[in-house]
Write a protein that binds this ligand. Sequence first.
Ligand SMILES: [Zn+2]
Ligand SMILES: [Zn+2]
Length: 190
Amino acid sequence: MKNRDNDMKIEIHQIPSTGLELAFEEQPDRFASVKELMETGECRFVAPVDIALQVTPVPDMIRVEGGFNTTIRQACVRCMERFDGTLESHFTLDYSKAIPDDVHRNDGNSVELTAQQIGMIHYQGDEIDFTDAIQEQIVMAIPYHPLCSDACKGLCAQCGQNLNIGDCRCSGQDTDGPFDVLKKLKLSSE
Ligand SMILES: [Zn+2]
Ligand SMILES: [Zn+2]
């Protein structure tokens, strides 16, 4: 059994110059923002999150290339049916210990930029914790308008029938419409 507190961290001095491959299998509720989404019913994670990272030291930075894969259950925005879909993403994260106070532009003026603005993640001490950055990647990957299929026919606006399952009677022949009543009246009067 792994110590969960240490799962998604790495100590810098443990990274060989040739790099290091890491793999994690994490429970979704380990990520606070994901847990929140699950609690509000936004989506359900129905599988652990498989994470693979390639950690490489490059000059002044630690570069992390990787991805994750999991399965989430969401309600389709067209037909309202819940469906399971693969959620995955690939990303590159650059961790820097020293963030320049200012960055010199071509015109000679210097501007102050935060680590985030120049696409880097600041770390302190001798340890990088991947949790926050990976959590951000997971949350960004969740579809805002989930569709069970691109061809989803949705619901009939009149009767609410799920048109993926079958056609409703709204647009087809209406067997109990006014003409049927007329036919019956005609028959009985003959
Ligand atoms: Zn659908
Ligand atoms: Zn209908």
